[in-house]
Design a protein around this ligand. Structure first.
Ligand code: MRU
Length: 361
Protein backbone atom coordinates (compact mmCIF):
# COMPACT_ATOMS: atom_id res chain seq x y z
CA UNK A 1 0.00 0.00 0.00
CA UNK A 2 1.25 3.50 -0.85
CA UNK A 3 2.25 5.69 2.08
CA UNK A 4 0.85 8.75 0.31
CA UNK A 5 -2.90 9.40 0.47
CA UNK A 6 -4.32 9.80 -3.01
CA UNK A 7 -6.88 12.40 -3.80
CA UNK A 8 -7.10 14.83 -0.90
CA UNK A 9 -5.50 17.60 -2.93
CA UNK A 10 -8.32 17.52 -5.45
CA UNK A 11 -10.67 18.79 -2.70
CA UNK A 12 -10.30 22.56 -2.66
CA UNK A 13 -12.77 24.38 -0.41
CA UNK A 14 -11.14 27.81 -0.91
CA UNK A 15 -9.70 29.16 -4.16
CA UNK A 16 -8.37 32.64 -4.91
CA UNK A 17 -9.17 33.11 -8.59
CA UNK A 18 -9.26 36.12 -10.90
CA UNK A 19 -8.89 38.48 -7.94
CA UNK A 20 -11.93 37.08 -6.17
CA UNK A 21 -12.63 34.43 -3.57
CA UNK A 22 -14.31 31.21 -4.67
CA UNK A 23 -15.78 29.01 -1.94
CA UNK A 24 -17.01 25.48 -2.53
CA UNK A 25 -20.61 25.62 -1.28
CA UNK A 26 -20.53 23.06 1.54
CA UNK A 27 -24.27 23.39 2.20
CA UNK A 28 -25.09 21.43 -0.92
CA UNK A 29 -22.25 18.91 -1.02
CA UNK A 30 -22.06 16.11 -1.99
CA UNK A 31 -25.09 16.43 -4.28
CA UNK A 32 -23.66 19.49 -6.02
CA UNK A 33 -20.09 20.67 -6.46
CA UNK A 34 -20.64 24.40 -6.91
CA UNK A 35 -18.40 27.37 -6.17
CA UNK A 36 -19.73 30.70 -4.93
CA UNK A 37 -17.74 33.78 -6.02
CA UNK A 38 -17.41 36.49 -3.38
CA UNK A 39 -16.48 40.04 -4.29
CA UNK A 40 -17.04 42.04 -1.11
CA UNK A 41 -16.40 41.62 2.59
CA UNK A 42 -20.10 41.52 3.51
CA UNK A 43 -20.67 38.47 1.32
CA UNK A 44 -17.58 36.79 2.77
CA UNK A 45 -18.89 37.25 6.32
CA UNK A 46 -22.34 36.05 5.27
CA UNK A 47 -20.84 32.94 3.66
CA UNK A 48 -19.16 32.10 6.97
CA UNK A 49 -22.38 32.64 8.96
CA UNK A 50 -24.41 30.61 6.47
CA UNK A 51 -21.94 27.67 6.45
CA UNK A 52 -20.97 27.96 2.77
CA UNK A 53 -17.52 27.53 4.30
CA UNK A 54 -17.12 25.93 7.72
CA UNK A 55 -14.52 24.33 9.92
CA UNK A 56 -12.22 26.44 12.07
CA UNK A 57 -9.09 26.63 9.88
CA UNK A 58 -11.13 27.16 6.69
CA UNK A 59 -13.00 30.02 8.36
CA UNK A 60 -9.67 31.64 9.33
CA UNK A 61 -8.26 31.34 5.81
CA UNK A 62 -11.49 32.71 4.33
CA UNK A 63 -11.33 35.70 6.66
CA UNK A 64 -7.74 36.41 5.59
CA UNK A 65 -8.82 36.52 1.92
CA UNK A 66 -11.89 38.55 2.94
CA UNK A 67 -9.58 41.18 4.40
CA UNK A 68 -7.70 41.37 1.09
CA UNK A 69 -11.01 42.08 -0.64
CA UNK A 70 -11.89 44.69 1.99
CA UNK A 71 -8.47 46.35 1.70
CA UNK A 72 -8.77 46.56 -2.07
CA UNK A 73 -11.98 48.60 -1.77
CA UNK A 74 -10.90 50.73 1.18
CA UNK A 75 -7.54 51.59 -0.40
CA UNK A 76 -9.18 52.46 -3.74
CA UNK A 77 -11.81 54.60 -2.00
CA UNK A 78 -9.44 56.43 0.30
CA UNK A 79 -5.67 55.78 0.21
CA UNK A 80 -5.27 58.21 3.14
CA UNK A 81 -7.70 56.70 5.64
CA UNK A 82 -8.05 53.06 4.51
CA UNK A 83 -6.23 51.68 7.57
CA UNK A 84 -8.83 53.24 9.88
CA UNK A 85 -11.76 52.58 7.55
CA UNK A 86 -11.04 48.86 7.29
CA UNK A 87 -11.74 48.40 11.02
CA UNK A 88 -15.47 48.34 10.19
CA UNK A 89 -14.85 45.40 7.82
CA UNK A 90 -12.82 43.52 10.40
CA UNK A 91 -15.75 43.91 12.79
CA UNK A 92 -18.19 42.50 10.21
CA UNK A 93 -15.95 39.45 9.78
CA UNK A 94 -15.51 39.05 13.55
CA UNK A 95 -19.28 38.87 13.99
CA UNK A 96 -19.75 36.06 11.46
CA UNK A 97 -19.29 33.14 13.91
CA UNK A 98 -18.12 33.21 17.53
CA UNK A 99 -16.47 29.90 18.47
CA UNK A 100 -13.67 29.13 16.00
CA UNK A 101 -10.70 31.14 17.26
CA UNK A 102 -8.92 30.77 13.90
CA UNK A 103 -11.25 33.52 12.66
CA UNK A 104 -10.02 35.94 15.34
CA UNK A 105 -6.44 34.78 14.91
CA UNK A 106 -6.61 35.67 11.20
CA UNK A 107 -8.26 39.04 11.84
CA UNK A 108 -5.77 40.03 14.57
CA UNK A 109 -2.80 38.90 12.50
CA UNK A 110 -3.95 40.83 9.40
CA UNK A 111 -4.75 43.91 11.53
CA UNK A 112 -1.17 43.94 12.84
CA UNK A 113 0.20 43.61 9.30
CA UNK A 114 -2.03 46.45 8.07
CA UNK A 115 -0.83 48.72 10.91
CA UNK A 116 2.78 48.23 9.87
CA UNK A 117 2.24 48.50 6.10
CA UNK A 118 4.06 51.24 4.30
CA UNK A 119 4.04 50.12 0.68
CA UNK A 120 2.60 51.45 -2.56
CA UNK A 121 0.57 48.29 -3.17
CA UNK A 122 -0.82 47.05 0.17
CA UNK A 123 -3.30 44.73 -1.55
CA UNK A 124 -0.53 42.66 -3.17
CA UNK A 125 1.24 42.37 0.19
CA UNK A 126 -1.93 41.31 2.01
CA UNK A 127 -2.79 38.80 -0.71
CA UNK A 128 0.66 37.24 -0.43
CA UNK A 129 0.11 36.87 3.32
CA UNK A 130 -3.37 35.34 2.91
CA UNK A 131 -1.94 32.84 0.41
CA UNK A 132 0.83 32.01 2.90
CA UNK A 133 -1.74 31.41 5.66
CA UNK A 134 -3.52 29.05 3.28
CA UNK A 135 -0.35 27.16 2.35
CA UNK A 136 0.90 27.00 5.94
CA UNK A 137 -2.39 25.45 7.01
CA UNK A 138 -2.06 22.64 4.47
CA UNK A 139 1.56 22.05 5.51
CA UNK A 140 0.53 21.99 9.19
CA UNK A 141 -2.14 19.41 8.41
CA UNK A 142 0.29 17.13 6.61
CA UNK A 143 2.67 17.39 9.59
CA UNK A 144 -0.15 16.66 12.06
CA UNK A 145 -1.18 13.73 9.91
CA UNK A 146 2.24 12.14 10.33
CA UNK A 147 2.47 12.91 14.06
CA UNK A 148 -1.05 11.66 14.76
CA UNK A 149 -0.55 8.47 12.75
CA UNK A 150 2.55 7.74 14.85
CA UNK A 151 0.32 7.50 17.93
CA UNK A 152 -1.67 4.62 16.44
CA UNK A 153 0.22 1.46 17.33
CA UNK A 154 -1.80 -1.29 15.75
CA UNK A 155 -4.35 -1.61 12.98
CA UNK A 156 -7.79 -0.67 14.29
CA UNK A 157 -11.07 1.06 13.58
CA UNK A 158 -11.43 4.74 14.49
CA UNK A 159 -14.38 7.02 15.03
CA UNK A 160 -14.61 10.67 13.99
CA UNK A 161 -17.21 13.38 14.44
CA UNK A 162 -18.34 16.28 12.26
CA UNK A 163 -15.96 17.04 9.38
CA UNK A 164 -12.37 17.91 10.18
CA UNK A 165 -11.16 17.16 6.70
CA UNK A 166 -9.83 18.93 3.61
CA UNK A 167 -13.14 20.77 3.44
CA UNK A 168 -12.76 22.22 6.95
CA UNK A 169 -9.20 23.46 6.34
CA UNK A 170 -6.93 24.73 3.59
CA UNK A 171 -6.67 21.09 2.50
CA UNK A 172 -5.82 17.55 3.77
CA UNK A 173 -7.59 18.05 7.09
CA UNK A 174 -6.77 17.83 10.78
CA UNK A 175 -8.53 14.73 12.16
CA UNK A 176 -9.01 13.40 8.63
CA UNK A 177 -5.38 14.26 7.90
CA UNK A 178 -4.38 11.89 10.70
CA UNK A 179 -6.80 9.31 9.34
CA UNK A 180 -5.46 9.74 5.79
CA UNK A 181 -1.86 9.29 6.96
CA UNK A 182 -2.67 6.35 9.22
CA UNK A 183 -4.71 4.64 6.51
CA UNK A 184 -1.84 5.06 4.05
CA UNK A 185 0.34 3.27 6.63
CA UNK A 186 -2.19 0.43 6.86
CA UNK A 187 -3.08 1.28 10.46
CA UNK A 188 -6.79 1.86 9.96
CA UNK A 189 -9.28 -0.81 8.97
CA UNK A 190 -12.47 1.26 9.06
CA UNK A 191 -13.57 4.83 9.82
CA UNK A 192 -16.83 5.26 11.68
CA UNK A 193 -18.26 8.72 10.99
CA UNK A 194 -20.98 10.25 13.13
CA UNK A 195 -23.56 11.75 10.82
CA UNK A 196 -23.53 14.96 12.96
CA UNK A 197 -26.93 16.53 13.24
CA UNK A 198 -28.19 19.06 12.33
CA UNK A 199 -25.86 19.98 9.45
CA UNK A 200 -24.86 16.39 8.68
CA UNK A 201 -21.20 17.25 8.21
CA UNK A 202 -20.33 13.59 8.87
CA UNK A 203 -22.85 12.09 6.46
CA UNK A 204 -22.36 14.63 3.69
CA UNK A 205 -18.76 15.79 3.99
CA UNK A 206 -16.64 13.29 5.94
CA UNK A 207 -18.21 10.31 4.19
CA UNK A 208 -17.68 12.04 0.83
CA UNK A 209 -14.02 12.77 1.56
CA UNK A 210 -13.40 9.20 2.67
CA UNK A 211 -15.10 7.76 -0.39
CA UNK A 212 -13.01 10.08 -2.61
CA UNK A 213 -9.87 8.58 -1.03
CA UNK A 214 -11.17 4.98 -1.11
CA UNK A 215 -10.99 4.82 2.70
CA UNK A 216 -13.71 2.51 4.08
CA UNK A 217 -16.27 4.54 5.99
CA UNK A 218 -19.34 3.52 7.94
CA UNK A 219 -21.87 6.14 9.04
CA UNK A 220 -23.46 6.17 12.48
CA UNK A 221 -26.28 8.15 13.97
CA UNK A 222 -24.72 9.84 17.04
CA UNK A 223 -26.81 7.71 19.37
CA UNK A 224 -25.16 4.55 18.01
CA UNK A 225 -21.61 5.50 19.07
CA UNK A 226 -21.78 4.01 22.58
CA UNK A 227 -23.14 0.69 21.35
CA UNK A 228 -20.71 0.43 18.45
CA UNK A 229 -17.69 1.34 20.60
CA UNK A 230 -18.67 -1.24 23.23
CA UNK A 231 -19.53 -4.08 20.89
CA UNK A 232 -16.56 -3.47 18.61
CA UNK A 233 -14.23 -4.33 21.50
CA UNK A 234 -15.33 -7.96 21.27
CA UNK A 235 -14.51 -8.14 17.56
CA UNK A 236 -11.22 -8.34 15.68
CA UNK A 237 -11.88 -4.80 14.46
CA UNK A 238 -12.16 -2.75 17.67
CA UNK A 239 -12.41 1.03 17.75
CA UNK A 240 -9.17 2.09 19.48
CA UNK A 241 -9.23 5.84 18.83
CA UNK A 242 -11.71 8.65 18.57
CA UNK A 243 -10.08 11.34 16.42
CA UNK A 244 -11.58 14.83 16.15
CA UNK A 245 -10.63 18.40 15.27
CA UNK A 246 -11.24 21.53 17.31
CA UNK A 247 -12.62 25.03 17.00
CA UNK A 248 -10.80 26.42 20.01
CA UNK A 249 -8.42 24.95 22.57
CA UNK A 250 -8.06 26.88 25.83
CA UNK A 251 -4.64 27.43 27.39
CA UNK A 252 -5.30 24.61 29.88
CA UNK A 253 -6.07 22.09 27.10
CA UNK A 254 -9.88 22.16 27.27
CA UNK A 255 -11.20 21.56 23.75
CA UNK A 256 -14.24 23.07 22.03
CA UNK A 257 -15.50 21.11 19.05
CA UNK A 258 -18.76 20.20 17.30
CA UNK A 259 -21.62 19.46 19.66
CA UNK A 260 -21.46 15.80 20.64
CA UNK A 261 -17.67 15.66 20.96
CA UNK A 262 -17.77 15.86 24.76
CA UNK A 263 -20.08 12.84 24.90
CA UNK A 264 -17.60 10.90 22.76
CA UNK A 265 -14.71 11.79 25.10
CA UNK A 266 -16.70 10.50 28.08
CA UNK A 267 -17.46 7.32 26.14
CA UNK A 268 -13.81 6.88 25.22
CA UNK A 269 -12.69 7.10 28.85
CA UNK A 270 -15.46 4.73 30.00
CA UNK A 271 -14.52 2.11 27.44
CA UNK A 272 -10.75 2.51 27.80
CA UNK A 273 -10.15 3.76 24.27
CA UNK A 274 -8.11 6.85 23.34
CA UNK A 275 -9.27 10.34 22.44
CA UNK A 276 -7.14 12.41 20.03
CA UNK A 277 -7.63 16.04 19.03
CA UNK A 278 -5.79 17.25 15.91
CA UNK A 279 -5.61 21.01 15.47
CA UNK A 280 -3.06 23.59 14.31
CA UNK A 281 -1.69 25.98 16.92
CA UNK A 282 -3.83 28.73 15.33
CA UNK A 283 -6.70 26.94 17.12
CA UNK A 284 -5.08 27.39 20.55
CA UNK A 285 -6.31 30.44 22.43
CA UNK A 286 -3.69 31.44 25.00
CA UNK A 287 -5.87 34.36 26.10
CA UNK A 288 -8.33 32.17 27.95
CA UNK A 289 -7.63 30.13 31.05
CA UNK A 290 -10.15 27.37 30.45
CA UNK A 291 -12.97 26.13 28.26
CA UNK A 292 -15.46 27.99 30.47
CA UNK A 293 -14.48 31.14 28.59
CA UNK A 294 -15.11 29.75 25.11
CA UNK A 295 -18.18 31.38 23.52
CA UNK A 296 -20.49 28.62 22.33
CA UNK A 297 -22.46 29.48 19.22
CA UNK A 298 -26.19 28.85 19.53
CA UNK A 299 -27.72 28.59 16.07
CA UNK A 300 -31.34 28.92 14.93
CA UNK A 301 -33.79 26.40 16.40
CA UNK A 302 -35.19 25.81 12.91
CA UNK A 303 -32.04 23.81 12.12
CA UNK A 304 -33.15 21.26 14.72
CA UNK A 305 -36.91 21.45 14.27
CA UNK A 306 -36.65 20.50 10.63
CA UNK A 307 -34.48 18.76 8.13
CA UNK A 308 -33.31 20.90 5.23
CA UNK A 309 -36.49 22.60 4.05
CA UNK A 310 -38.83 20.10 5.69
CA UNK A 311 -40.41 20.63 9.09
CA UNK A 312 -40.05 17.48 11.17
CA UNK A 313 -40.72 18.33 14.82
CA UNK A 314 -44.18 18.64 16.34
CA UNK A 315 -45.72 22.05 15.81
CA UNK A 316 -45.21 24.11 18.97
CA UNK A 317 -42.08 22.30 20.15
CA UNK A 318 -39.04 24.42 20.87
CA UNK A 319 -35.41 23.41 20.35
CA UNK A 320 -31.94 24.22 21.61
CA UNK A 321 -29.15 24.27 19.05
CA UNK A 322 -25.70 24.72 20.60
CA UNK A 323 -23.22 24.17 17.79
CA UNK A 324 -20.25 23.23 20.01
CA UNK A 325 -19.37 21.76 23.38
CA UNK A 326 -16.27 21.73 25.54
CA UNK A 327 -14.34 18.58 26.43
CA UNK A 328 -12.29 19.01 29.60
CA UNK A 329 -8.54 18.50 29.17
CA UNK A 330 -8.52 15.52 31.55
CA UNK A 331 -10.55 13.52 29.00
CA UNK A 332 -8.10 14.24 26.18
CA UNK A 333 -5.28 11.73 25.64
CA UNK A 334 -3.44 13.66 22.94
CA UNK A 335 -3.53 17.06 21.27
CA UNK A 336 -1.69 16.84 17.96
CA UNK A 337 -0.43 20.10 16.44
CA UNK A 338 2.11 20.98 13.76
CA UNK A 339 4.55 21.92 16.55
CA UNK A 340 4.28 18.54 18.21
CA UNK A 341 2.11 16.26 20.32
CA UNK A 342 0.91 17.03 23.85
CA UNK A 343 -0.10 13.93 25.80
CA UNK A 344 -2.53 14.39 28.71
CA UNK A 345 -2.63 18.15 28.15
CA UNK A 346 -2.48 20.74 30.89
CA UNK A 347 -1.64 24.45 31.10
CA UNK A 348 2.10 23.91 31.54
CA UNK A 349 2.42 21.56 28.57
CA UNK A 350 0.37 23.82 26.30
CA UNK A 351 2.54 26.80 27.27
CA UNK A 352 5.69 24.83 26.46
CA UNK A 353 4.23 23.77 23.10
CA UNK A 354 3.33 27.32 22.16
CA UNK A 355 6.84 28.54 22.94
CA UNK A 356 8.36 26.21 20.33
CA UNK A 357 9.72 28.13 17.36
CA UNK A 358 8.31 26.41 14.30
CA UNK A 359 8.93 26.96 10.62
CA UNK A 360 6.76 25.05 8.12
CA UNK A 361 8.84 22.55 6.12
O1 MRU B 1 -20.07 24.08 12.50
P1 MRU B 1 -18.83 23.65 11.78
O2 MRU B 1 -19.11 22.70 10.67
O3 MRU B 1 -18.00 24.83 11.35
O4 MRU B 1 -17.99 22.87 12.86
C1 MRU B 1 -16.74 22.36 12.50
C2 MRU B 1 -16.13 21.53 13.56
O5 MRU B 1 -16.63 21.41 14.64
C3 MRU B 1 -14.82 20.91 13.23
O6 MRU B 1 -14.67 19.69 13.88
C4 MRU B 1 -13.69 21.86 13.69
O7 MRU B 1 -13.87 23.12 13.13
C5 MRU B 1 -12.37 21.36 13.32
S1 MRU B 1 -12.13 21.48 11.58
C6 MRU B 1 -10.58 21.03 11.16
Amino acid sequence: MSTQPKKYDSIKPIIWKDDNLDLLDQRILPAEHTYVTLKNVESVAQAITDMVVRGAPAIGITAAYGIVIAARKRFADSPQSWKEDIEADLLILAQSRPTAVNLFWAIDMMREVIKGLNVTDPVATLLAIAKQVHEDDIAANVKMGALGADLINKKCAVLTHCNAGALATGGYGTALGVIRSAYAQDKISLVYADETRPWMQGARLTAWEMVQDDIPVSLLVEGAAAHIIKTSQQTDNPIEWIIVGSDRIASNGDVANKIGTYALAVLARHHGIKFMVAAPTTTIDMNIASGEEIPIEERADTEVLGFAENKVAAQGARARNPAFDVTPAELVDAIVTEKGVVLNPDAEKIKALMSINYKPE
